[in-house]
Design a protein around this ligand. Sequence first.
Ligand code: NDP
Length: 284
Amino acid sequence: GSIQASVLGLGAMGGALAEALVRAGHGTTVWNRTPGRADALAAHGATEAASARDAVRAGRLVIVCLLDHASVREVLDPLAPDLAGRALVNVTTTTPEQSRELAEWAAAARATYLDGGILAVPHMIGKPGSSILYSGSGEVFREYRTVLDLWGTGTYFGEDAGLASLYDLALLASMYVMFAGFLHGAAMVAPSGMTARAFAGMAAPWLSAMTSGLEGFAAVVDGGDYTVAGQQSLEFSDLGDILAASAEQGVGTEVVDAVQQLIRRQIDAGHGKEGFARIIESLR
Ligand code: NDP
C-alpha cells in the first residue's frame, strides 16, 4: 500500500529518489535547505515542507540524502525528539564509522536506522543496473522493501550499520583506481595523435575481458596460498616497461608507480615467484 515518506535533500540524488516515490504514488513530503528545488516534484504531487522538522513529522519513513556526514548531523541533531518512533534511512555517502555513529545517535533518539550506499548515478535510479547496499535495521529493510526497491536492487548486509558504507567505498575504490588507470593510458597515447575516445574504444573491451581474472585472484587470496600453479608471477608483473614508456611520452607515473611499489615490496621480501594477488599483502 501507499506509505508516507519524507525526503530531506533534493540534490541530484535526493531529487531522483523523491521522484521515484512520487511516481509510485506514495505520499511524499520533501525538504531542501535552499528553496526552489521542490517545484518540479510538487507539480507531480509531492508536498513541500517549510522546514526539516515539518518534513520529518510528515513521514513514518524519513529518507536523508545530503552532501556528507556533517550536513546530516547539522540537519538532524535538532530533530531528535521528532524522529522518535520513525524509520530513518540515510543514503548519504559516509564512512563506516560515521554510519555507526549515526546509528547510535538514532538509537538514542528511539528511531530505527538503516544505512544505504547507492551504486548508481541519479538518472539510473529506478532503472535496471541501479543497486543499493543496506545495513543497520533489518526491520526497516524488510518493512520498507517495496519502497526501497523502487530505486534499484537492494541488498542487505546485516545489523552493523557500517557495512553498507564499507562495501560501497570498497567498490568505489576499485572503480576510481581503474578509471585513473584508463586516464593514464589515454595520456600515454595522446602524443601519438590518438584521441581519448579512440583509446576508450580499445580499453573498454580489454578491461571488461580482464575482469574475468578477478575470480582467480579471489580464489588465491581466500585460499591464502600465493604459490598455487598457473598464476602470473610478481617477477613477470614488473611494470618497468610501462613506467619507461610513460616517461618517454612525458606522462607522469604516479598511478603506475603505486602499483609498482606494491609489487616491489613483495619481490624484495623474496616472493617474486609467487602470484600477482600477493600484492594484497603489501596493503594489509
Ligand atoms: P548534490 O550536491 O546535488 O546535493 C547536495 C544536497 O545536500 C543538496 O540538497 C544540498 O542542499 C544539501 N546540503 C549540503 N550541505 C547541507 C547542509 N549543511 N545542510 C542542509 N543541506 C545541505 O549532491 P548529490 O545529490 O549528487 O549527492 C547526495 C549524496 O548522495 C552524497 O552523499 C553523494 O555522495 C551520494 N551519492 C551521489 C551519487 C551521484 O551520482 N550524484 C551517487 C551515489 C551516491 P542545497 O540545495 O541547499 O545546497
